[in-house]
Design a protein around this ligand. Structure first.
Ligand code: SF4
Length: 145
């Protein structure tokens, strides 16, 4: 199906927004269609960049979870996902601040209060305070609840 879509892209010189829960599919489609991967969490883009950068060097902790969860990438180094909690928050009433803070293994108190904007890291755009070395995140206590 993806190859058919890619051949139609060539034939009609068109563009796609291809939505998948599988990072391997996104990688294949991006590589052959000339696009980028955008990772969404609870309705917000958290990281955008070239496929190989996103897969080999993800900057956002949630992109790292997706990479862990993709068997084809053979990157599962441990049996546990790189998250604090498995439970998905209610998307109708999302968490304050960074929406990933309730599950993020790197979260601090600053993440609960403030929403990160997009920081540029090479060709990747990343919505995480860890990309800003001057942010109060670095002096804020780690979240444990
Ligand atoms: S801003 Fe904080 S909670 Fe959000 S992804 Fe970055 S470290 Fe995790």
């Amino acid at each position: 199906m993806m190859d058919l879509m890619l051949s139609l892209q060539d034939e009609f010189d068109t563009s796609y927004i291809f939505i998948s829960h599988d990072l391997s599919n996104a990688r294949y489609f991006s590589a052959h269609g000339g696009g980028k991967i955008g990772v969404m969490y609870l309705g917000e883009l958290v990281e955008v960049g070239p496929a190989e950068d996103m897969i080999n060097d993800p900057k956002h902790p949630y992109t790292n979870v997706l990479r862990w969860a993709t068997p084809d990438l053979a990157l599962r180094e441990t049996g546990d996902p790189p998250m604090r909690k498995i439970d998905v928050p209610d998307p109708v009433d999302p968490p304050s601040g960074c929406r990933f803070h309730t599950r993020c293994p790197k979260a601090t108190e600053a993440c609960r209060r403030e929403t990160p904007s997009g920081y540029q890291h090479g060709e990747q755009t990343v919505a995480c305070f860890r990309e800003d070395e001057d942010h109060e995140y670095w002096d804020s206590p780690e979240l444990t609840d």
